[in-house]
Write a protein that binds this ligand. Sequence first.
Ligand code: BGC
Length: 259
Amino acid sequence: MRILGVDIGGTGMKSGVVDTEKGALDGKRIRVDTPRPATPERVAETLRALIDAQRWEGPVGVGFPAAIHHGVVRTAANVDASFAGLSIADYFSERTGHAVSVLNDADAAGLAEVRFGAARDVRGVVLVATIGTGIGTALFTDGRLLPNTELGHILLDNGVEAERYASEAARVRNKLGWAAWGKRFDRYLKAMEKLFWPDLIVLGGGVSRRHEKFAPFLTTSARVVPARYFNRAGIIGAGIHAEDRGLRTEDRALATLAS
Ligand code: BGC
């Protein structure tokens, strides 16, 4: 099946048509800047423009940088605060005229890596961390997701919020070299290890392409690998999630017909 996936980040909005059987993009990836301020109106407008730019008709899966609890946005660290409390899938569906499903962006990236990527067929506990404007996390056990873990917001032992200290934005903002940033990120992963004891850690986001630059500074006992899909994982996972939801809806419809 083909579904348009869109990964909404604090800095950029990336889209691509996802082949959900292959777990791959089918066609070109189109990126635009996230509007500033990232209000619901402006983000929905940009989403609509992206859908049009992809000449897409049909359902759309979106990864969004916030906790999405039963369809409602609960946090807004890197988007406008007015998103909080919004029934986001309904809102985007109304504004774009497409059936839109929404999940947390890191959960989306994690889904892609667990289904098709670096964590495929891995048993035990897998932590996927996406490094960008913020730090996003997705936690799996035997392939099943515990949704909406917001583990980029924990306070480190220096009292600083992890994503303010060790995100890609922090690396750029503080002009850190790979060693300095790698040590910061290691501090974060060690904190995660102490709390969750993952068997595997998968790193996504643009910086995961530069894995060899900072890998020498990582000292966790868990294996740490770059995402297979780098920063395309969020797009692919958003497409997979939209298909999963569609299938579930179809299942429900069939169950109703059968009863
Ligand atoms: C948000 C998360 C998101 C992460 C990565 C954090 O600031 O709270 O929901 O997954 O950034 O975008």
